[in-house]
Design a protein. Structure first.
Length: 254
């Protein structure tokens, strides 16, 4: 069942006590964490999966905004409970479903989840509470991290120069072999806002390679500025001839 459908069913079930009870019994059987709050964010209900996922038994009427013990942003920065997606939704902010967060249980273990908050309103349109569905995405995130680490290992052990470039031409990463070719002391010096397209021009690429590069950049966006180059930054480096192979990465859209 999609989170949006569950939100609608829960609102419909609140029309009567009997409907609400029947709905709560159904929610108890769902394999995802679900909880509700009042307009002030205080928990009014949670199902058994919410306890299992969070690793704790939330306190009704006391805990606010979320059932989790601690929340972190994807980069590991702590996310205060009063700034979590459920809190923002109850404050009338834009509801951004499907964000990725990290939560920590009281025992110290962590898990990834995506929240799907929604607000409940009365006949006058006033917010009376909220409902949130937490989807455990830990397995997927671990697989993504493992794949990323494998990719990084392949890039770093490649004896040829491998670099990742943003659509505006900015170098995002260059492997050790590439740094050695340029005589660059570190990746940070190379990725400091330097357009990658300039490097191919400075390195005396053939017209065929330059034309190929232009076609690739036309798919990813306008070609970058060619005013600066890696060799201009490292003027002590000797010019080299490179065979350049380019490939465009496209972002997946749902």
């Amino acid at each position: 069942m999609k989170a949006q459908s569950l939100h609608k069913l829960f609102e419909a079930g609140l029309d009567s006590n009997a409907g609400e009870q029947a709905l709560r019994e159904m929610v108890e059987m769902l394999p995802v964490a679900v909880y509700t709050t009042d307009a002030d964010g205080r928990l009014t209900y949670f199902n058994k999966e919410a306890v299992k996922l969070s690793g704790r038994v939330p306190e009704l009427g006391s805990d606010r905004w979320c059932v989790t013990w601690k929340i972190f942003q994807p980069d590991g920065v702590p996310l205060p409970h009063d700034q979590c997606p459920m809190a923002l939704a109850l404050h009338g902010g834009a509801i951004k479903s499907g964000a990725e967060c990290i939560a920590e249980r009281p025992d110290g273990s962590r898990f990834w989840f995506s929240p799907y908050p929604a607000v409940l309103r009365d006949a006058q349109g006033r917010i009376t509470g909220g409902i949130n569905v937490l989807v455990d995405i830990t397995a997927r995130k671990r697989a993504e991290i493992a794949k990323s680490e494998q990719f990084q290992a392949i890039v770093e052990t490649n004896p040829e120069c491998v670099k990742l470039v943003a659509s505006d031409g900015t170098v995002l990463h260059m492997n050790s072999a590439g740094l050695a070719m340029l005589g660059a002391p570190s990746s940070a010096r190379v990725t400091a806002g330097t357009p990658s397209g300039a490097m191919t021009t400075t390195l005396n690429c053939t017209k065929r390679t330059t034309h190929f590069a232009a076609n690739v950049y036309s798919l990813a966006g306008p070609p970058p500025d060619h005013d600066r180059s890696l060799l201009e930054i490292y003027r002590g480096s000797a010019e080299r001839q490179f065979e350049v192979l380019l490939s465009v990465l496209f972002e997946k859209t749902l």
